[in-house]
Design a protein around this ligand. Structure first.
Ligand code: CP
Ligand code: NVA
Length: 321
């Protein structure tokens, strides 16, 4: 196999088999935090933030260190990128020093430009459109609780709430790649873009999965194996707070909504969560919630992803196992 420069910019940047490979690696990292150390040296990984973060910052910082590397964490306020230096020039500079670039930013076009000008793997650590690292962690959490990575295929997952946000888009694509039955429910005006739904449907047709986008929250959660939600007000939308709460109330994940899913269904939330809004305290702090495992799995899933990307770039099969 030849060396391949691969990026993770959106969830369908990997195939069904590749996603499974990354998740299996994630299970290995769950068992042994130093399973692989591809950045030993240490080599540097640039981790850039244009938006706030707790989980992504800590999991990439600690994760890169556990992989033997040095995490160079830079906030928007502390970089020339934040003062308007072109993404292309930033990519040209970082790519000469870092072994990988991880970036949380606004437009998806920005990570795409970074990848175009980079000679090292670029990882999307959340854009307005997608959050692929989060969904890898979420699927690892299902694997952890429901019998391994092979168990994902054919499962039914439901995401309810702001169905036009990055998490909804990522569940659609990643779930389709995994061969899951993905249901997404939100109010009119807050449903996913047609092109993303079309991409998910096209992928699901090849993996045995299926896609349902609906305004009917009960239809979405009925018999599901896992229920997901997210904040009703994403980063960058703070000025819309007043208009954003009202339409989402019927989509709140509470005990009566959970009761429509399978009795052993899991509850996940990427966090930060707003108790009493998108989820009640009884659910997120209740027995079906696995949100703390989910947060921990950011670490394992992202270490697996970085290791896999570096394994591809170095054509080192030993890193892919
Ligand atoms: N879920 C998530 O990405 O959390 P942070 O915004 O804290 O990184
Ligand atoms: N949809 C949320 C996810 C936070 C991890 C946001 O973009 O703010």
């Amino acid at each position: 196999m030849a060396q391949q420069l691969r990026h993770m910019l959106r969830d369908d940047d990997v195939t069904h088999e590749e996603q499974k490979q990354i998740l299996e690696l994630g299970m290995k990292f769950r068992e042994n935090r130093h399973y692989h150390m591809p950045f030993a040296g240490p080599q540097g990984v640039a981790v850039l933030f244009d938006k706030p973060s707790t989980r992504t910052r800590s999991s990439f910082s600690i994760g890169v260190a556990e992989l033997g590397g040095y995490p160079l964490v830079v906030d928007k306020s502390g970089s020339q990128l934040g003062r308007g230096e072109p993404v292309e020039d930033t990519a040209r500079v970082l790519t000469r020093m870092a072994s990988a670039i991880v970036w949380r930013t606004f437009g998806q076009d920005r990570v795409e430009t970074m990848a175009e000008y980079s000679t090292v793997p670029v990882v999307n650590a959340l854009t307005d459109d997608f959050h692929p690292c989060q969904v890898l962690a979420d699927f690892l959490t299902i694997a952890q609780h429901k019998g391994g990575v092979d168990a994902l295929e054919g499962m039914t997952i439901a995401y309810v709430g702001d169905a036009a946000n990055n998490m909804a888009n990522s569940y659609l694509l990643a779930g389709a790649v995994a061969g899951m039955h993905v249901r997404v429910a939100g109010p009119y005006g807050f449903l996913p873009r047609e092109d993303i739904v079309a991409d998910a449907e096209r992928i699901a047709a090849t993996t045995g999965g299926s896609i349902l986008v609906t305004t009917d929250v009960r239809e979405a959660v009925a018999g599901a194996d896992c229920i997901f939600t997210d904040t009703w007000v994403s980063m960058g939308e703070e000025s819309e707070y007043a208009v954003r709460s009202k339409p989402f109330w019927p989509y709140q994940v509470n005990e009566s909504l959970m009761a429509l899913a399978k009795p052993d269904a899991l509850f996940q939330h990427c966090l930060p969560a707003y108790r009493g809004k998108e989820v009640t305290a009884a659910v997120i702090d209740g027995p079906q919630s696995v949100v703390w495992d989910e947060a921990e799995n950011r670490l394992h899933a992202q270490k697996a992803l970085l290791t896999w990307l570096i394994g591809k770039q170095r054509d080192d099969e030993s890193l892919l196992l």
